[in-house]
Design a protein around this ligand. Structure first.
Ligand code: NAD
Length: 296
């Protein structure tokens, strides 16, 4: 597998595509943004004039787009890529989208004789740049083995969650829990500070006690407690509140469709919605702390 078509070169897709180039793959790239295209062209990719142009001669297609409607628009319909790709082509969608759309697109790929995987990622923009992403894959095991070298060029951990759509379901479960844990951590720290505790001392105590979690260990929401966390740089350069809100919305839809209760996920979605409405949608999601404790 040598030539890869990469569609969607944003905050995540751009550095992921750059890592494929570093590993010696030939890349045909396409994005609606001329700036994003120019960056990859400067790094050695062939800048295509359309998605259809990008897949010409490609052995595999990777997409990294904002949401389900973009993925459907790219692949389905008369002018979609599935109508143009040679049978047997491997298609890997790394976007975070709802599992129902992922299954619908995978079924259309199957009908067209194509091999599709959903492979959403965890690890953020830093992981994308460093090539240390976690891929959470849904689809046939044989196709995952075909895709493995490609994924290894962009990531460190690769999990097979199950059949088509399972990668998206697992990703959404993880991110719902992350949203809940971050809000809970912010609430606990604000309660302690309101009652006279130092946020760093309380964080150290929680980190060695039963309330410890990813936020207290690696991504503390209180400014200044953890030097490398977004909270210590004005909540910039992390995972935007808007994207967390999107994922909590996907969790809610998944719960509705499967008749599952998700009271905490739903509460967290409402908290992040209010937070976004208050003007913090572009800040890192750990800024939910401001909901519990006003910062200067
Ligand atoms: P982004 O908005 O930076 O990039 C999306 C890119 O897709 C843009 O450059 C846009 O121009 C392009 N695009 C949209 N429609 C297109 C089309 N039809 N054809 C070609 N290009 C098109 O978003 P991002 O942060 O890179 O996120 C991409 C996906 O990864 C999302 O589903 C997001 O939820 C997921 N994700 C993001 C992060 C993160 O930390 N940013 C972490 C994990 C997963």
């Amino acid at each position: 597998m040598q030539t890869i078509a990469f569609i969607g070169l944003g905050n995540m897709g751009g550095p992921m595509a750059a890592n494929l180039l570093k590993h010696g793959y030939k890349l045909n790239v396409f994005d609606l943004s001329a700036d994003a295209l120019a960056k990859l062209a400067a790094a050695g990719a062939r800048s295509a004039s359309s998605a259809a142009d990008a897949v010409r001669g490609a052995d595999a297609v990777i997409s990294m787009l904002p949401a389900g409607r973009h993925v459907e628009g790219l692949y389905l319909g008369e002018s979609g890529l599935f109508a143009q790709l040679p049978a047997g082509t491997l298609v890997v969608d790394c976007s975070t989208i709802d599992a129902a759309t992922a299954r619908k697109v995978a079924a259309a790929a199957d009908a067209a004789g194509l091999k599709m995987l959903d492979a959403p990622v965890s690890g953020g923009t830093a992981g994308a740049a460093a090539g240390t992403l976690t891929f959470i894959v849904g689809g046939a095991a044989a196709e995952l083995e075909r895709a493995r070298p490609l994924l290894q060029a962009m990531g460190k951990n690769i999990f097979h969650a199950g059949a088509a759509g399972a990668g998206q379901t697992a990703k959404i479960c993880n991110n719902m829990l992350l949203g809940i844990l971050m809000a809970g951590t912010a609430e606990a720290l604000a309660l302690g500070v309101k009652n006279g505790l130092d946020p760093k001392v309380l964080s150290d105590i929680i980190s060695q006690s039963s309330g410890r979690n990813w936020a207290t260990e690696l991504y503390n929401p209180w400014p200044g407690v953890m030097e490398n966390a977004p909270a210590s740089r004005g909540y910039s350069g992390g995972f935007m509140t808007e994207l967390m809100l999107k994922d909590l919305g996907l969790a809610e839809e998944t719960a509705l469709h499967s008749h599952a209760a998700n009271p905490l996920g739903s509460l967290a979605r409402n908290l992040y919605e209010e937070h976004a409405q208050a003007g913090f949608g572009k800040l890192d999601f750990s800024s939910i702390l401001k909901h519990f404790h006003p910062l200067d």
